[in-house]
Design a protein around this ligand. Sequence first.
Ligand code: PHE
Ligand code: ZN
Length: 866
Amino acid sequence: MSNLQSASAIPSATLREDYSPPDWLVPEIALDFSLDPARTLVRARMTVVRHEAHDEPLRLDGEGLKLLEVRRNGEKLDDGDWMLDDERLTIPLTGSEATVETLVEILPEKNSQLMGLYASGGILCTQCEAEGFRRITFFPDRPDVLTRYSVRMEADRKRFPVLLSNGDCVESGDGENGAHWARWEDPWPKPCYLFALVAGDLSANRDTFVTRSGKEVALAIWVREADLPKTSHAMQALKDSMAWDEHVYGREYDLSQFNIVAVSDFNFGAMENKSLNIFNSRYILADAETATDADFEAIAGVVAHEYFHNWSGNRVTCRDWFQLSLKEGFTVFRDQQFSADQGSAAVARIGDVRMLRAAQFPEDAGPLAHPVRPESYIEISNFYTATVYNKGAELIRMMHAMLGPHDFRKGADLYFERHDGTAATCEDFVTAMEDASGTDLGQFRLWYSQSGTPKVTAKLDYEAEDASAVLTLSQTVPATPGQPEKKPMAIPLKTALLGERSGRPIVAEHLVMLTDNEQEIVFEGLREPPVLSINRDFTAPVAMDSEKDPATLAFLSAHDDDPFARYEAMQQLMVETIIDAVSGRPVDHDPVIEAVRQTLTDPDLDKAFIAEAVLLPSESFVGDQMLIVEPEAIHRAREALRDDLGETLAEDWRAAYAASSGNAYTYNPAATGLRRLRAVALGYVAASGLDEAPQLATDQFESADNMTDRQAALAVLANSEWPERTGALEQFYDRYRNDALVLDKWFMAQALSTREDTLASVEALSRHPDFSIDNPNRLRSLVGAFGSNQRAFHAASGHGYRFLADFILKADAINPQTAARLLPPLGKWRRFDEERGAMMRAELERILAGPNLSKDVFEQASKSLG
Ligand code: PHE
Ligand code: ZN
């Protein structure tokens, strides 16, 4: 008995292999909302059609709904005519078609999970992906049920003057007692996760876009009236995205309006609901005073991402949630291509790889590793991961590299043509690429099923006598949870050879396919000794070990004609130098200093590129390269290298700082490049120990005419021991205390500080009146950022672990999705010394023992211990 109980308390897993098509389809639904934050009534009338022969009843998912009425073919049913449990409503049906109607009550104001219909700052809005629609009404909540929606909503006109849903508004009018109503229809059948509704006191920034076939689309970005001036950048990004998708993929928009709404409480970045995108306000609102260049770039990227989903996600959707990367990997790849086209492609690529290495490589190397197409999940929300999104995008990019742009486009066209209006699989995408190009992607498919970051070694042996060289490549894919044994992958590597004397390419770039465990490639007719340049542009998401000595790395960092490879050589040189110091080997900073000097003073290089190239790898990234991470030693070694770089090149940093200063604010690639370099130079000036450093930072902080410069100065001050620090933080707080998105930056600057006392200051900030555990942005800006601060989080006392675990438990009772996303730093326990590892485990166990744990946190914590 007790056994049975505890067994049933463990949430069960859903398996990919268990997929079966739906028993009942729902071609049409009419929804009628009587909206009130305190108590909303939802009437749903749907036509259901038996799908193939079976005698299963109709099963509708539902969660947290108060069921008031059920009708079948117009006739009200008695309680005994249907069955209801925690998760579903079962209604027996005869015949091949029926009309089913339900009436439910929901409580938007009490919805702190931010899934389903909820209230954010007086606005009512919905979030349905992945399984939130079942928190609005009873429905087969799965992406392979495609339905035409007609939505009527009624609400108080004063509180909710604007009523929006998918498609077009076809009717509206007045109701009783100051109410008004509107009816919206979406002609495109869609899965319920793309349903959306918004009601609120909103103002629109309106514009239009004319598609290439001449159709006019009305565009609107809806925000609180005071925020209207901050919407122009997002609007421009939307129009650029619409034009780009026509131009690059031949994809045109398919409705007469496109609406975006910004809300301040949102679990993720944004959501691609059909023609009614709902955004976390941080990915819409921007002006020079309150948003950094990085914010502007992120906004353009997310606006593009959500817009691109209209084809890669909405017109062709996913058959089941195991196929999530079908829409997400492809759409991330598309938004990366778009961003690369807006400014420097090289800097964009460096950003993509930085992100992959910061979030996805650690995931792939830890207890939560899973394939791009997972095999099982307990809670699907836990699979909106860097693996599904960013590694998924790398898979699409590899196909792009193997097929070439022309055949890749043919493959994309074929994919859209074949699967338009349906729910498809990752396999369908790969097959379309294969069929359109005639390329065999058989072995390549392993990238979808095998998890773990492949490790590739590359060794070049030069034979001077016969002017030839042999490149020996080998690969291993590490064991990951549930996958002890791996097969060799098909790994595309853009490769070139540079002349050691001339510094110029002597074997031009070409694509090498590594498909075996080990492979040899011979190069002949070499005019001079060669230097290997491999995985250029980061063709494949692998960890590359090319056994290069510091001199060769320094050479490549100055001469490689592929900007990514150039950046990469410098990073590797820096990482190795830091690791030497941590491991107690003799340390020589000079190769790094010399390489940085060369890059910094190279007049031909793009400023944004220089800024990226001279930046030291993060402490976490250095830790990820070690078997056992030593956070304090890494911190000291990295700081020592930074100080040495600052001091030795003090004049060059001052010069770079001066040369990138004195410009009035504009937003364009050249100006953002200068600001980026200015920020990096300021950081090194601070490290130099120059007397003028505190004054320079304070001046920049106080006189900045934009948030990029101000925040950069604040970060330097927040990391410093200078007396000016406190005043700057106070000033920043006073100036922006009423702007939530900027206040997030204030919390984050302190949570990311490299100072010794960061843990204590973060604990104090968690009691600050402006801290709130309910708002996901605020929670992430303090607690999430802290979890990524390697030194502070891994403080030897273990108090960092306890702090994070406390917050995960507290947040879980409010918002399980967001709580679960804070957990991964604790899962790294195997990578730390015994004392730290034991304390981290103990916190995971304490979390698991928590009362009423959500499926979300249960899955992450139990797998992390596993
Ligand atoms: N589908 C959204 C995107 O990637 C992300 C998202 C998932 C948002 C789940 C909310 C909830 O654009
Ligand atoms: Zn997406």
